[in-house]
Design a protein around this ligand. Sequence first.
Ligand SMILES: [Zn+2]
Length: 345
Amino acid sequence: MRNSSSRGILDRLRAGVVQGAEGYVFELERRGYIKAGPYVPEVVLDFPDAVKELHREFLRAGSEVMVALTYYAHREKLRDVGRENDLERMNRQAVRLANEVAREGDALVAGNICNTWSYDPDNARESSHVVRAMYEEQLTWAVEEGIDFVISETNDYLGEALIALEVIQQFGLPAMVTLASVQPNTTRDGYDYVEACKRLADAGADIVGLNCDRGPETMLPIIAKIRSAVNCYVAAQPVPYKTDAQHPTFESLRTGDGQQAFPLALEPFLYNRFEMAEFARRAGAIGVNYIGICCGGAPHYVRAMAEALGKTVPASAYSPAMELHPMLGTHVEDKDQTFLADWKS
Ligand SMILES: [Zn+2]
């Protein structure tokens, strides 16, 4: 357990909305430190300073949780890239890096586990053992290095999410369990997303909800139903992309020539910071307790979202002051106005 004087996650949620921030793998891929395709966070060992810098940027932008970068750092995935021998070192180091930066502010550290691609509902008994063993080893290392709670995320199967929840409970830590929502209405093992969250809540999850896959427009309607269906805390961490009824997930977005935009050509669909701030306000208004962002997320969104929720964060010191802009500001001289008119025409 982390030796921290910070209030824990449940204390913070009782007091108000907790701001989160994720999308580490996507952002570090964009920055040239993670290989798209396998998406294994080798950066944790190869360029630890890059991980710390992104933690720090999210911390300054208002994230109250440093999520240890152990997403896809499980046995199955490391085997894919030939680094199975680095498994323990990578997991421990990821938690250490998160702790180092959390101490620079007043942030919590979350251990992170995710869908394993090993769970098979048609062979649940056997595959559950494999999944459970992966979660147990990851969380054993995480707990030894020091975490405050665990986020289990992008769960495609309720069955796998329930295994994650059980393992988190074995360690006696608060559990946030969120589902992927790639399919229209149900998990891959056939549970309506709302029903799946209800079952996770009934099984003792402290926080349930959705993360990744959907942008605000297509995630919020489901989140509102989840909010009505459960009494526990609810989390929403959408991707900052313009998904809609025809393209409800970022995997379904298509570029002008009909190509799949996911995951490397999504830029034309990005929201701006004001739109993500509006998402935060709407999520807060319907009673979402943990509001964050997933793949595609970046510090400017997180700051705008935190400020929309009434918070002043370290990076607010450099929030926009457009009245001071030489062309767009209010103090602009006549000659500049003429220049601006010429420039615009
Ligand atoms: Zn994501």
